[in-house]
Ligand binder design. Sequence first.
Ligand code: DGY
Length: 321
Amino acid sequence: MEKKRIYITRKLNEAVLAPYADLFEIRMWGKEEEPVPRDILLKEVKDIDGLFCMLSDKIDEELLQHAHNLKVVSNLAVGYDNIDLEAASEHGVIATNTPDVLTETTADLGFALLMATARRIVEANHYIKTNKWQNWAPFLLAGADIHHKTIGIVGMGRIGEAIARRAKGFGMNILYHNRSRKPAAEEELQATYVSFEQLIGEADFIVSVVPFTPETNKIFNKAAFEKMKQTAIFINISRGATVDEDALVEAIRTKTIKAAGLDVFEVEPITSDHPLMQLDNVVCIPHIGSASEETRTEMIRLCMDNIAGVLSGTGAKTAIR
Ligand code: DGY
């Protein structure tokens, strides 16, 4: 029987793919750090049964119209705002993502970013490596305490809960806002459900873990930053478009809030001439929430299993519903 055809939009480790080589004819874009150009992708999808894509690939009506045999789109991310789900469903294509396997790793990164921002780790590293450290001083690079402060988690999904567990270990007071209440998290983590307004007004650390949807488009805007404490630290590990970046720059410049830690940006990759990059109290990292070797390997396996499940008829492990 003819093998099903799969296209992978980035160069991935052959060893992880080896177990699937007997099942599928696998074609792959040849570069790890550069995305496949759109015109090449549109040609590649013509005859494939499964597409293994990245969060930076736009899976829209145009692409789906080019893909005559496509049955499954497997996204190497838990977020899936790059996929037009309605169009996929109209074309009979099942979309899958990678929840669960990345939860703890992404929460680790979120908490690391929070700590790095609060305790000015990046500035301190730069300070010492550029030979600025001439004397010890009582308030040299003094940051903000984390323990026993109030954290406000916007979006209490799996990653939000994993961040809350870490916050509990730091003796933090935990507020959260979510589409629906999470009684189990409230009991286990002593997390308190509050309105978005109350959360941004009371939290010392506001952590965005909310998926990007039309409802969350730029929810962190001028009005939101103005409601935050002057000492507030804003952390974003969800999607850049949940933030009005001009308003964030303004809030930092005018000391409306204290600092920000960002893993995600409205346009990725963001460039070094962006105003956010000029601010010492904004810590920026390049969308590496789930980027540990172990987790990315698990994510790749899950993407391949999802494709195999759909193409063999047994079903995807983690279809997006
Ligand atoms: C995701 O998987 O959606 C995250 O943004 C990865 O870091």
